[in-house]
Design a protein. Structure first.
Length: 373
């Protein structure tokens, strides 16, 4: 009799769990679908049309600065800086080793009470205004992650500003997060990456702020998962587009996209080196060889580029395999869903045109690949 009672209890518990899961799935999907249906702008597209032909910044500055946002080419930049440690990134020892800092006094930052081997100090989910974080590497101005729209550009540096067409960034961010990425913050309760307060409230209110981003993705279907990603990314997208507008004609800023690398890797590298004032076919050949076969490159150059090859070896079967989402998914339905949104569609189109205008200017100045958005 006890056996049957135990089985009945187990069945009842399982049924209750399934009911709770079903309710959560319905609640979360309904909440996100309702939010996305509202006629609220995702971001504003500033006038980023270049005016006139800006001259090159003259003599090469003392340092190179890479500005990045989530899913705009962080891994590619780490590899580039390791490979250029003797030229563009002197003394580079690896990214993500510095503290978070913030120029906006309206934002409060705090340690989250846990450590992360890859990120150092992380933003806590506490704020008063939209989050606009930035993080410096420990070695001589290597990286800044998510510079705010008011972040002051340092003097005497040449800047490679990695950007991405917003719709593509959103889809890549969603696929990366959904594929059980290695980002520790996704498992933290009521935490999101560089989102604003309204987006945070919209994402986590349905679960009473007791769930993580991973939990939300588990319950949401693909359509609502992509919509949620768009909502959480909007503050970061606004920062990125505002910075494109601020520096559209700046002689010491080059705006690059991962689409440039896919269109023509060698031409993109030559474009970047020309902008940085670095000449020599040996540098181009080094980066081309690295891109073609990293392991073969390390077999031939492991002593000279030990830090780079150690990093490649550490990431060979973990982060890099998951970090790249391009070509791994059929995003046609999700792309259509976002591109046809009654409010966002016009903004996506305007952002694409603004980026295209900046890229055309750079093609004329530095020979970057053409036809890239």
């Amino acid at each position: 009799m006890a056996r049957y009672v135990g089985v009945s209890v187990a069945v009842a518990v399982a049924a209750a769990g399934a009911l709770v899961m079903s309710y959560k799935r319905w609640t979360y999907n309904e909440d996100i679908a309702w939010l996305a249906a509202q006629r609220v702008a995702l971001f504003e597209v500033p006038d980023a049309m270049p005016r006139g032909r800006s001259k090159h910044g003259g003599a090469r500055p003392r340092a190179t600065l890479f500005l990045l946002y989530r899913k705009t080419g962080i891994e590619a930049s780490v590899r580039l800086c390791y490979a250029l440690h003797d030229t563009a990134c002197p003394g580079f020892q690896g990214a993500f080793r510095g503290p978070w800092f913030q120029n906006d006094s309206n934002v409060r930052l705090a340690r989250p009470g846990r450590s992360s081997s890859s990120r150092g100090v992380i933003l806590s989910p506490a704020w008063e205004r939209p989050l606009s974080p930035a993080m410096l590497a420990a070695s001589r101005y290597a990286f800044v992650i998510v510079p705010s729209r008011s972040w002051p550009l340092p003097k005497h540096v040449r800047v490679v500003h990695w950007v991405r067409e917003p719709l593509s960034l959103i889809l890549s961010g969603y696929r990366y997060a959904k594929s059980q990425s290695l980002e520790p913050w996704q498992a933290w309760r009521s935490h999101c990456w560089s989102c604003d307060e309204d987006a945070h409230r919209a994402a986590f209110r349905a679960c009473g702020y007791q769930c993580s981003y991973n939990d939300l993705l588990h319950y949401l279907d693909e359509a609502n998962g992509a919509l949620l990603e768009a909502i959480l990314d909007r503050a970061m997208l606004q920062n990125m587009l505002s910075n494109v507008q601020r520096w559209a004609n700046h002689p010491n800023v080059l705006h690059l996209s991962v689409s440039h690398l896919r269109a023509d890797y060698v031409l993109s590298i030559k474009c970047m080196l020309r902008f940085l004032g670095l000449a020599g076919d040996h540098i181009t050949q080094r980066l081309e060889s690295l891109d073609h076969d990293p392991h073969l490159f390390c077999q031939a150059n492991g002593t000279e580029f030990q830090d780079l090859c150690d990093w490649i070896l550490r990431n060979a079967h973990t982060r890099n395999d998951r970090h790249t989402t391009y070509g791994r998914y059929n995003n046609s339905a999700l792309r259509r869903l976002l591109a046809e949104h009654p409010v966002w569609a016009e903004q996506f189109d305007a952002a694409r045109q603004a980026l295209s205008a900046v890229f055309r200017r750079q093609q004329a100045l530095y020979g970057c690949p053409s036809g890239v958005t």
